[in-house]
Every structure is written in C-alpha cells, then in structure tokens.
Ligand binder design. Structure first.
Ligand SMILES: Nc1nc2c(c(=O)[nH]1)N[C@H]1C(S)=C(S)[C@@H](COP(=O)(O)OP(=O)(O)OC[C@H]3O[C@@H](n4cnc5c(=O)[nH]c(N)nc54)[C@H](O)[C@@H]3O)O[C@H]1N2
Ligand SMILES: Nc1nc2c(c(=O)[nH]1)N[C@H]1C(S)=C(S)[C@@H](COP(=O)(O)OP(=O)(O)OC[C@H]3O[C@@H](n4cnc5c(=O)[nH]c(N)nc54)[C@H](O)[C@@H]3O)O[C@H]1N2
Ligand SMILES: [Mo]
Length: 748
C-alpha cells in the first residue's frame, strides 16, 4: 500500500479492482464511505460478482475473470485519446510510457468490450469519472493477484495511476488491501522462498551481510546447504511444495539437488487453503514427518491418510504473546499479551527456539538479538547474557533491515506509538502533542531513530525528513540510451539535489551530495546504505534532504520479466477458446520455484470450455476467515455459516435441475469433484458460480471428520473449494490461479 486507509478519505475517486472491502476489510471500508461524505468521492467497482462493495458503488462493471489488463488498457486508450494523461509527470518520472501508449492504442472500447464483457459505454463512463476526479486512488486485492498473469495485473494498475499522475499524491496511490493483520510484516521479514528478510536478494553479498549481523561465520551458513550454489536459488513455494515429495505422481520435474522433501512443519497455514488439494493430499501422505503447530487441529491432519509421525503441537494464539505487527500501510503496532498461554500451548517463537535447541543451532539463531551497532560502524555485544523477548528481536530487526528503512523501528518507539494511539489524526496519521512530527506506526521507510515515518510513498511534495521521496533507483542509470533517473526539476521538496540521482553509496556519496567525508567517517561507513552499520550514509542524506535509495523513474517496462509491458493472456482454462490463440498463455517454465510449471501446454491441451463451460470464482465471506477452522471450531460463529455452499444464478441452476438448497457436484478439468449445497444468488451471472474457500473436512464427497482427535471436531465442516480450483500459477510469484478457472456442474 503506497498510502493508507485514512488517506483514502482524501480521494475524489476510488476505483476498486478485484477487492471486496465491505466484506473483507469492513473496518477499513469506513474510510471509503467517509471519502464519499467528505468529497463526494465516486466509488467504482470492477468485479465479476455484484458484491456488497459493488452495492455501495456509484458505478459497477461486471468483468469476466482474468481480463483486468484489457480493461485498464481500455481506460488508457481513452485517456491518451483525450489527452487526459499527466504528461509533465510521466516525462519526468516514468520510463517506458510510450510503449504503454502503443499497446493501449489496440484496446479500443469495442475490443475491450468483446474480451471483458463490459459494454463500451460503461468503460467510457468509468474512465471519464476516474480521469476527471483527481486525486483518485486505485484499490486492489486478490481479484487481481490470483491469476497466472497476477504479476502483470499488479504492474498494470500502477501504470494507470502513473499515467494520471496519481502516484505519490495524498488521496492517490495504489492501495492494496492486504490480508492477515501481519501479512505485510510476514513478507517484510522474509517468509518468502525467493528473498532474505527485508527483501535482501538471495546473493552471496546478502548472505555475508546477514552472517555478520547474526554474529555467525559465513562458512557456517554455507555448511547448512548442500553447497554454496544452493544459497542463491529460490526454494519451493507454499503452492507447490508437494511436487517435491517422493512418490507424488506428477510429470513436473523438480530441481532440488537430486533429493526430495521429507518433512513438513506447518505454522500458521491451513493447508486446505491451497489449490490442488488432491495433489496436496498425496504430498502429505508421502511425507516422512508432518508437524502441525496450530492453536486448532490443522485440517491437513484430517486430509491425510498418514498415520505415523504426524504431530499436532498446540500453538498459543497471538493474544497469548506480544510483539509488533505490520499493518497494510507499512506501519507498526505493538501488541501486548492479553493472557498467559493456556494449558500446555506455547507461542510460536518458543516452539521455534525449542526446535533450534534440538537441532543444535540455538546459539547461532538467537545471538543477533544480543548485538548492537556502534557509531564507529562496528558490531558489539550487549551488556547482558540473555535476550528479552520480543524487545531485543525488534531492535535486532531495526539494526539489520535497512533496505526498506526499518532503522527507526525500535521497540521503545513502537510501544510509545501504540500507547499514544489517541494522539494521531485519523486521516493523515500525523501525531499531535507528545507525538508531533511522527506518523502513526512510523510507516516505513523510517530512515533513522528520529525519523517520523513516510505516510505516502513517492511523494515529492514534502521533504525526505518528513516522509518525502522520489522513485527508487534499483535498475541502473540508463536503459537503451534512455535516462532511468528522474528528470531535472523532479525531486523531493527541500532536496539539495534538484535532479534525479543514483542510490547513495560510499563510492559516490561525496560526488552525489557534494560533501567531503572525514577519514573517520570513511573508515566507519559501509559500502552502501543497505549494509552500513554506521548509518552515516542515511544520516548524510537526511542532512541534504536526499533519499538514500536515489531519485529515479518508475519503470513501465520490466525488461527482465517475460512480458516487458503487461500483456493480456487468457486464463489457462478460458471460457473463450476463440481468444486463446490471440492471447495465449506463457511458455511452460522449468525450475519455477524448483518445479517445472505448465502454462501453454495446459492451455492448449484441449477446448476446456466445451466440457467445463462455467466460470468458477472463489473468495471470502464476512463471517469466516481463511481456511476457516478458527470460525468453524466456534459454536456460535459456525452457526452463522454452518455449511459449504455454491452461489449459483437461478437460471443456470434451472438448466441443471438444481433446486435452491439442493446438493450439487462441481467438477474440475483435472477430474476432481466436490459436493456442495446450491445457494441461489443474483450476484453471479448465469455463466458463473462462486464458492468460499473457508471449509474443509470433506474430500470429493467423503466425510473425513472421523479423523479428528476426540473432542476436536469443529461445529461445521465441508468440502474445500481448493479440491476443484484449477491448475495454474503466476509466472513470477507462483500464486495459484484460484480466481480464474472453469467447472462443470451436476445435480447430486
Ligand atoms: N471476513 C474475512 N476477511 C478477510 C479474510 C477472510 O478470510 N475473511 N481474508 C483476508 C485475506 S488473507 C485477504 S488476502 C484479503 C482478501 O480480500 P479480497 O481480495 O477482497 O478477497 P476475495 O473475496 O478473495 O476477492 C475479492 C474479489 O475479487 C473478485 N474477483 C475474482 N476474480 C476477479 C478478476 O479476475 N478481476 C476482478 N476485477 N475481480 C475478480 C471476486 O469476485 C471477489 O469479490 O481479505 C482479508 N480479509
Ligand atoms: N480458493 C482460494 N484459495 C485461497 C484464497 C482464495 O481467495 N481462494 N486466498 C488465499 C489467501 S490470500 C490466503 S492469505 C490464504 C489464507 O489461508 P491460511 O493461511 O490457511 O489462513 P488462516 O485460516 O487464516 O490461517 C491458517 C492457520 O493458522 C492458524 N493460526 C492462527 N493463529 C496462529 C498462531 O498464532 N500461530 C500458529 N502457529 N498458527 C495460528 C489457524 O488456526 C489456521 O489453522 O488462502 C489462500 N487460498
Ligand atoms: Mo491473503
């Protein structure tokens, strides 16, 4: 999220792609409604379903799943044709908008209407409203990401905002409504198999930096791998780990150093929330060891037939421990323990510490918490023997993670913010009284121990010391002879440098900032601001009003991705076979998170739409969360949604003889099926069904709830929709295509 929920109150138009905040972010959605009250903000919703959010919109477009790129190019087509783009802004701050303009020219409202199903007049009306009411904010969530082209979708949306000059503006930006309360924190901390914490790349230099910061030998880290080459390779993803298990039937080659995955430890994932349950079941069945650390009985234990070496560890909930979490707008909030862990449950960190002890790396694992930076740029040990949880962990993160500017996130400061939450403005997040000069939760980048946080990313209208910045210089200085740095005149307010500049390093700092370093400063300074234990680079930048990461252009062209600019590609299972030849899927990709991943070979294998003519959309309900066990194990919450169901248009149901409330089968192109209750709804078109993914316990028509240990069976169980969500994974992130698939239905 570039801005914040409160900042949405400043928007004059709000366009929502594939997000249903009235249901999934009902508290945050109040800011949208306040924008309406304050500015008469126009709310525009683009969703295949008429959602509760759509019901609050001024204008709604019922789009075919997976066609948001054509829709946005269609908007750009109209914007460019009418000269509504912010040319001064794009010339100074964007690389490659000319290529976008060329592609947009192909997407006339008529072409867009054919591909997306949204009438041309509606596209024109929406574009008019959105372009003429600035600043406009663009919202997205899972409706854009859960596709094979998810990454292209998430590039397309900022491009639209850049064209309109809406990025880096209060009331503008791209505001992605994230999922779990701490999902931003989880990604920031490296719960990803393709980066180290803080998005430090999987490169030797990063490993060496972390070895130093953790107080362990680099060679010790190397020794944990088969050989050093595996340290720079992406690991398996949550979506496809099962392909790495021996005896799982798949023709998809894995590249895992000639060996297989043997053990799986699950902490905080439901497993039944992941696509291709039949394959996941095979993966679980064939593991040597399965450990499920969860406050509830994780339903992976119910799905598998594995009888030995399955351990269910009682994890404490987040109410039984403390530490900070990161909100969707990059701000931190302290969470105090409410009660001591109940019974024999343990908080996650204690489970991990116990594991580290048994596996013999407890000292290496925890040593970093006892280290500090000295002003001379050195690392020293704190004056105590044992660490204090979670304060020392928090300070360790602040010390090490410089890439996204966590230096200012000390335990002391974060607690002070949470304790004084009433001293901050609801809209701007700006502090008052004792909190003056700081923004609530110190939204990152929070460059120094006194910096107040950055409420809106890429905002050049305020000084860097108050959260201002240009775009990041991360991809070189020029590409094909074109300057990648911001043009002259585009710079954060008060900057000593009034033009674009490279990220600041020890080698260029004197030239870039026009300063002379003392010998002592030179000796203390790290090679660049991301690895500088002295923090001198950042400090000097702050003094000059300059952003340490440079001042560059945003790139519309990503030359290292398969599609240099976002391109429309039909879902792997497309209801429009006639469009597949024109907009085909990617080439199959070997070694994608260690697993060969299919695109065109699946898409071109057959005309799926003939046999599976119905679009299948999956998503969320306001009464339930994620894999659903937390709700279904509660007697009273379970009563709100006691059964798994399928939203179906009465016209479609009628043609299959399915009565409202009757059972029906949903079949997938992979040959799997689920039995669910039909629930008539006019929110879906007659060529589409919608199912929530919050149920588990049944598998392809069979009741597996007898597998629950005595006394743990939840009050509600049902089929997981992920048994029938289709094969398909994003080309960059490997997120499953759970928002674009096909199915066939049948009366049960
Ligand atoms: N009550 C509740 N709240 C939650 C959660 C929960 O489980 N329950 N989960 C949390 C989590 S982890 C997350 S990630 C967020 C997710 O929040 P959302 O992304 O809002 O959740 P979804 O309901 O999965 O999907 C949003 C919408 O995308 C639409 N959609 C599907 N395909 C397309 C498409 O191709 N294009 C467009 N434009 N729209 C499409 C769907 O119809 C749906 O209405 O919610 C969080 N909040
Ligand atoms: N078909 C389909 N599938 C989807 C999606 C979709 O839209 N459609 N959305 C996807 C998305 S965006 C997400 S985020 C996932 C969500 O899916 P999951 O991540 O599986 O979601 P949750 O149910 O929130 O949490 C998983 C488990 O964490 C446990 N848990 C809760 N608190 C703690 C704790 O403090 N410690 C430990 N160790 N465990 C805890 C819960 O009991 C639960 O078993 O689903 C994905 N799957
Ligand atoms: Mo999520």
């Amino acid at each position: 999220m570039t801005n914040s929920l409160g900042d949405i109150q400043k928007s004059k138009a709000i366009i929502i792609f594939g997000s249903n905040p009235a249901v999934n972010h009902p508290v945050g959605f109040q800011h949208f409604l306040k924008a309406k009250e304050r500015n008469n903000a126009q709310i525009i919703v683009i969703d295949p379903r008429f959602t509760k959010t759509a019901a609050k919109a001024d204008i709604y477009a019922q789009i075919r799943p997976g066609t948001d790129i054509p829709f946005m190019y269609g908007m750009l087509n109209i914007i460019f044709k009418n000269g509504w783009e912010d040319k001064e802004y794009t010339d100074a701050r964007v690389f490659g908008m000319d290529k976008i303009r060329e592609e947009a020219a192909k997407w006339t409202p008529e072409v867009v209407a054919d591909v997306t199903g949204v009438p041309a007049e509606k596209l024109i009306q929406i574009t008019n409203i959105y372009a003429k009411n600035r600043p406009g904010t663009l919202i997205w969530a899972m409706g854009l990401t859960q596709h094979t082209i998810g990454t292209s979708n998430t590039r397309m949306a900022p491009i639209l905002q850049l064209a309109l000059g809406n990025m880096g503006k209060a009331g503008g930006g791209t505001n992605i409504l994230r999922g779990h309360d701490n999902v931003q924190g989880a990604t920031d901390m490296g719960c990803l198999s393709d980066s180290l914490p803080g998005y430090y790349g999987l490169a030797e230099g990063s490993w060496k930096y972390f070895a130093k910061q953790w107080g362990v030998d680099y060679e010790y880290l190397v020794a944990q791998f088969k050989d050093a080459s595996w340290m720079t390779k992406t690991g398996f993803s949550l979506a496809r780990w099962w392909a790495g298990v021996q005896n799982v039937k798949t023709d998809e080659k894995i590249e895992n150093a000639g060996t297989f995955l043997k053990a799986l430890i699950v902490m905080g994932n439901g497993i039944t929330s992941v696509a291709q349950q039949a394959k996941i079941k095979e993966g679980l069945d064939n593991l040597d060891l399965l450990v499920l650390a969860d406050p509830f009985v994780n339903e992976a234990a119910i799905l598998t037939d594995k009888k030995d070496n399955v351990f269910i560890l009682p994890a404490a909930t987040q109410f039984e421990t403390s530490g900070y979490v990161v909100a969707t707008n990059r701000s931190a909030q302290w969470r105090y323990k409410v009660v001591e862990p109940l019974y024999e449950s343990k908080p996650d960190q204690e489970i991990m510490f116990e594991l580290a002890k048994r596996l013999g790396f407890y000292e290496q694992y925890t040593k970093g918490m006892l280290m500090v930076e000295t002003p001379e740029g050195k690392l020293a040990m704190k004056d105590k023997k044992a660490f204090t949880w979670p304060e020392d962990a928090t300070d360790e993160i602040a010390r090490i993670i410089k890439t996204i500017g966590l230096t200012g996130w000390t335990a002391e400061r974060i607690k002070k913010h949470t304790d004084n939450w009433h001293m901050f403005d609801e809209v701007t997040g700006a502090g008052m009284g004792p909190m003056k000069g700081e923004f609530y939760g110190l939204p990152w980048p929070c460059w120094t121990k006194t910096h107040g946080g950055s409420p809106n990313l890429y905002d050049t209208s305020i000084p860097v010391s108050q959260g201002g910045m240009g775009f990041r210089n991360n991809f070189g200085l020029e590409k094909d002879g074109v300057n990648l740095l911001a043009e002259k005149g585009s710079f954060p307010k008060g900057s000593k440098i009034e033009t674009g500049h490279a990220e600041v390093t020890k080698a260029n700092i004197e030239a870039v900032l026009g300063i002379t370093l003392t010998e002592a400063e030179k000796a203390a300074m790290g090679a660049n601001w991301k690895v500088d234990n002295s923090n001198l680079i950042v400090q000097k930048c702050m003094e000059a009003g300059v952003c340490p990461y440079g001042n560059a252009k945003a790139r519309a062209i990503v030359w290292n991705f398969p599609d240099h600019i976002p391109m429309h590609r039909e879902p792997l299972h497309s209801p429009r076979t006639d469009l597949v030849a024109k907009y085909p899927a990617y080439a199959d990709k070997a070694n994608h998170f260690r697993v060969m991943t299919k695109y065109i070979s699946v898409q071109s294998a057959k005309d799926y739409a003939k046999e599976f003519p119905i679009n299948m959309v999956t998503g969320r309900l306001v009464t339930m969360n994620g894999a659903g066990i937390e709700n279904r194990a509660s007697k009273y919450i379970a009563a709100l949604t006691p059964e798994m169901f399928c939203n179906i248009h009465p016209d479609l149901a009628h043609t299959h003889g399915i009565k409202n409330g009757a059972m029906m089968w949903v079949h997938s192109p992979e040959g799997t099926k689920i039995k669910v209750k039909a629930k008539y709804s006019l929110s879906v078109l007659p060529d589409m069904v919608f199912m929530p993914f919050h149920f588990a316990g049944y598998f392809q028509g069979t009741d597996r709830t007898g597998n629950f240990p005595a006394g743990t069976k939840p009050y509600a169980s049902g089929e997981s929709v992920n048994t029938v969500t289709n094969y398909g994974y994003d080309i960059i992130t490997q997120i499953p295509e759970t928002k674009g698939g096909l199915c066939r239905i049948e009366k049960a």
